[in-house]
Design a protein. Structure first.
Ligand SMILES: Nc1ncnc2c1ncn2[C@@H]1O[C@H](COP(=O)(O)OP(=O)(O)OP(=O)(O)O)[C@@H](O)[C@H]1O
Ligand SMILES: [Mg+2]
Length: 467
């Protein structure tokens, strides 16, 4: 039951509204206006709550408002379990039903001691609404004493959390600029869902080196303010080099999965010239990894610059281009175009990008391309060590130790074999046998074959030299 003071206030209000309804048609318009505005003011003065509306579509181009979508993701994550009415939908290219809070359902959230009521409503389009969007609206209500907190901190909190949740939930994409792909619709990039299962856990490499790379990546991801403070574009370059089959492409997938970024696989040979390269770059989004695989094969990097001996002091100091170089510039991607792509003014647009080059021949690359600051971290992917083998054995066979491990360690110390070859040896074809011994014996047999081949090759080469 309501307390007596509230009950009497309520009955007074009811009597006032009744009298007002009876008299409103008989009093002059000016008096009617005065009474209704005074009444509204009195009500809003007594109302301790303030409201903020978030519209789903905003701006002249009726784009989906990011604050709205962030709030939707935030509420679905933080307040979903409090809501009684939910909506379930299957988003495109997803096989997991997505649950969100239903329209007209009210949920509450608490932030630094302030309580906020969220209410979602749906406005059906009027006949003359442009584009005919259903404009949904989230409305927040909070006590006026928390206004500063809500305006300054809560709004930012909802945006940041919502963005992070959206990034985590979204289907990541693998883009290619190869124009022969179907469905490009005039765009330079076409994409498919990125579903590579590689992670740093499944990547076979020295554990310390792995940790160093993970730490570096995580520092980068959290580094927005740091990069702002030091006045540097929020991007980082990684050069992965090493022989074939040592896990360079696998590491790219592991990085993308760790950071939850999209991957843009840039095929340089399909880019006409530097202008196109810039356009291509501008069509990438943030939170992405731009990859150029086998960079030494993609571009004739050596011929585009003058003799290094003439410019010993500064690699950025370039000699004037010759006429042939000018023609090349119009028709090809040049080294300077690529350098511009990596760290020219345009490269700062959007931010939060990682650029990765891979190569089997680091010695062939122009030093300017891979100097620190452009390619901040040089990562050597090496032949399979015993530590790397242990990761593969755990992934493929689920064993962390075994009596045959010592023989494998000996063999790996004696020869150079890629993790890809070891992984292949751990996979028995046409076998349903799940016995670990069989798999490891198969690997030892394969490794011995490689060893004998290498020894025979060395013998042949030795014989040829004597002759
Ligand atoms: N370090 C590794 N950890 C786990 N698996 C690996 C590793 N290296 C290679 N593999 C296995 O070998 C296959 C080939 O590896 P990957 O394509 O990553 O090699 P790469 O270094 O990119 O070779 P390339 O120089 O020829 O492009 C992968 O599919 C993976 O199964
Ligand atoms: Mg590769």
């Amino acid at each position: 039951m309501a307390p007596p003071s509230l009950a009497s206030a309520g009955s007074a209000l009811a009597s006032f509204l009744f009298v007002w309804a009876m008299l409103r048609n008989y009093i002059p318009k000016e008096l009617h206006f005065f009474i209704s505005t005074t009444f509204r003011k009195a009500l809003s003065f007594l109302n301790p709550y303030h409201h903020i509306k978030l519209h789903e579509y905003s701006g002249e181009r009726m784009r989906r408002d990011e604050l709205y979508s962030s709030a939707e993701a935030y509420l679905s994550s933080v307040c979903l379990h409090h809501a009684r009415k939910l909506k379930a939908e299957l988003r495109r290219k997803s096989d997991r039903p997505l649950l969100t809070i239903d329209d007209h359902e009210e949920v509450t959230d608490t932030f630094n001691g302030a309580r906020v009521w969220w209410h979602a409503s749906r406005h059906l389009p009027k006949s003359n609404t442009i584009f005919g969007f259903n404009s949904n609206m989230e409305e927040r209500r909070f006590h006026k004493r928390h206004r500063q907190l809500i305006e300054n901190d809560y709004l930012k909190h909802v945006l940041a959390q919502g963005r992070a949740i959206t990034a985590c939930n979204r289907q990541r994409r693998l883009f290619t600029n190869n124009s022969t792909s179907s469905g490009t619709r005039g765009r330079v990039w076409s994409h498919v869902a990125f579903e590579h299962p590689a992670t740093f856990d499944t990547l076979a490499m020295d554990p310390e080196k792995k940790k160093e790379i993970i730490d570096d990546l995580m520092t980068f991801r959290e580094g927005k303010e740091y990069y702002n403070r030091i006045g540097k574009a929020w991007k980082r370059g990684y050069l992965l080099y090493g022989p074939p089959g040592t896990g360079k492409s696998t590491m790219i997938a592991a990085i993308a999965n760790l950071l939850e970024y999209d991957v843009y696989d840039l095929e340089l040979t399909a880019v006409k010239n530097n202008t196109d390269l810039r356009k291509i770059f501008l069509e990438t989004t943030s939170k992405s990894i731009i990859v150029i695989e086998d960079i030494d094969c993609s571009l004739d990097l050596s011929g585009k610059r003058k003799d290094k001996k003439k410019r010993p002091n500064d690699e950025t100091e370039r000699a004037l281009p010759t006429a042939t170089e000018e023609i090349d510039k119009a028709n090809n991607v040049t080294l300077s175009g690529l350098l511009n792509f990596i760290d020219g003014l345009w490269s700062a647009c959007g931010g939060e990008r990682i650029i990765i080059f891979t190569t089997n021949h680091i010695e062939k690359l122009d030093p300017a391309l891979i100097r620190r600051g452009r390619m901040d971290m040089h990562i050597e992917m090496s032949y399979c060590t015993f530590e790397a083998f242990k990761v593969l054995a755990k992934n493929y066979l689920g064993v962390e130790n075994h009596r045959l491990f010592s023989s494998i360690r000996e063999l790996l110390l004696e020869m150079k074999v890629s993790p890809a070859d070891v992984a292949e040896g751990l996979m028995l074809k046409n076998s349903k046998d799940k016995d670990v011994d069989v798999y490891l014996e198969n690997l030892i047999e394969e490794l011995n074959k490689v060893k004998q081949k290498a020894e025979k090759k060395a013998e042949d080469e030795g014989g040829q030299q004597k002759n």
